[in-house]
Each structure stands twice: as structure tokens, then as C-alpha cells.
Design a protein around this ligand. Structure first.
Ligand SMILES: Cc1cc2nc3c(=O)[nH]c(=O)nc-3n(C[C@H](O)[C@H](O)[C@H](O)COP(=O)(O)O)c2cc1C
Length: 191
């Protein structure tokens, strides 16, 4: 047995191996994978998004990354509003296809058989096949140019009891997904 060589007082991490930087996001990507809808003029569009995080309880605020390369980014910038819809796991094939095609060249609602529904407070559509729909306004774009980050505020939230499958999808990177599994309930002091 080799004795670890102390580095800065700690044992050397001899059992660890290099983790390529390109693999990092797959470990931290929070999920669930969501669909983000926008509507600019008469055109509704939808993209897949998994880089997002909660930043406030109530009103719910969500920071998300929408790349300038996405057609959705311009619609989000011009209208300042969108819907975040949470797809069930059985929508996986559509979720991947939506994230690998652009509203620049096709109507993704028609192409992937999604049902657009009228939202109450925004022009962007809700999605009938999703089990949660969140009507959102952009409240901060100060990091949009640098990182594509926008902070959204949820103005109105819907749950769809007609969708039985409420398992969420979580992107592990490179087209690999985890499906939401066992729920463990503990005593909580969270709001
Ligand atoms: C699983 C998955 C997750 C994605 N997450 C994001 C994301 O968080 N932010 C982003 O800008 N693009 C993300 N994308 C890529 C967009 O969905 C993709 O560029 C899409 O074609 C944009 O559509 P649009 O041009 O119609 O806006 C993701 C794609 C997939 C498949």
C-alpha cells in the first residue's frame, strides 16, 4: 500500500481520474428539461431548454440561458415574454426533435404535433401535452449579451390534470437523459 503524499495537509487524490471539461455540464445540469414557447407576431415557436435555475420562491423567478443562436432569443428579446412548459417523460422524442430544429425554417408546433393553447397574460402559447405551463415575463436581461441569461418572472401558473405522466426528463448531456424516479419525503423547513 502506498502512503498518500500530503498536499497542503490533505492526502493526494490518487483514486481520482481526469474529468474532461466538456463532461462537466452533464453532472450539474439541473433539469427538468422544459419547452420554452414564444410568439412574435402571428408566429409561435418552441425550443427545448435545460439550462435554468430558480432564483426566487414567490413570485417564482427563473434564470435561464437562451443562446443568441436560437431563433427564440430574438422573439424573447422583442416581446419580453414566454411560456415555460414542463413535458412528461413520454414526450422525449419530441423534446429532442424540438431541440434539434429551428422555428426559423419550420412551424414546430405543427411539425411535432403540439397543441398550442391560449395563455391568460402572455401571447406565447401554453402546450396542451405538458403537465405544467408557466406564463413568464422577462424581468432582467442585463446578462443576455454576455451569457444569454434572462431572468423570468412567472405571472400565472397552470397544472394540467389530463396529463397522467408527470415524470420529468433530466438531460445528462450528449443526448443522455435521466427520468425522474423515486420520491423521498422528509420533514422540511423550506417554504
Ligand atoms: C436536451 C436539450 C436541451 C437544450 N437546452 C438548451 C438551453 O438551455 N439553452 C439553449 O439556448 N438551447 C438549448 N437547447 C438547444 C435549443 O433547443 C435548440 O438550439 C433549438 O433548435 C432552438 O430552437 P429555435 O431556433 O426555434 O429557437 C437544448 C437542446 C436540447 C436537445
Amino acid at each position: 500500500m502506498t502512503t498518500p503524499v500530503p498536499v497542503g495537509g490533505f492526502p493526494a487524490p490518487d483514486m481520482l481520474v481526469d474529468l474532461p471539461l466538456g463532461e462537466v455540464y452533464g453532472f450539474l445540469e439541473p433539469g427538468p428539461v422544459v419547452l420554452l414557447t414564444t410568439r412574435r407576431g402571428e408566429r409561435a415557436n418552441v425550443m427545448t431548454m435545460s439550462w435554468h435555475m430558480m432564483v426566487e420562491f414567490v413570485p417564482p423567478r427563473i434564470a435561464c440561458v437562451v443562446s443568441d443562436a436560437d431563433h427564440s432569443a430574438a422573439a424573447l428579446t422583442v416581446t419580453g415574454e414566454c411560456v415555460i412548459a414542463i413535458p412528461p417523460a413520454d414526450l422525449l422524442a419530441g423534446v429532442v426533435a424540438i431541440g434539434n430544429s429551428s422555428g426559423r425554417s419550420e412551424d414546430k408546433f405543427a411539425a411535432f404535433g403540439l397543441t398550442p393553447l391560449a395563455a391568460e397574460t402572455v401571447a406565447a402559447p401554453l402546450i396542451g401535452e405538458c403537465f405544467v405551463d408557466l406564463e413568464c415575463r422577462v424581468i432582467d436581461s442585463s446578462l443576455a449579451d454576455r451569457f444569454g441569461i434572462r431572468v423570468l418572472e412567472v405571472i400565472k401558473a397552470w397544472r394540467n390534470p389530463a396529463v397522467d405522466d408527470t415524470r420529468t426528463l433530466h438531460h445528462r448531456g450528449h443526448g443522455v437523459f435521466a427520468v425522474d424516479g423515486e420520491t423521498i419525503r422528509t420533514a422540511s423547513r423550506m417554504p
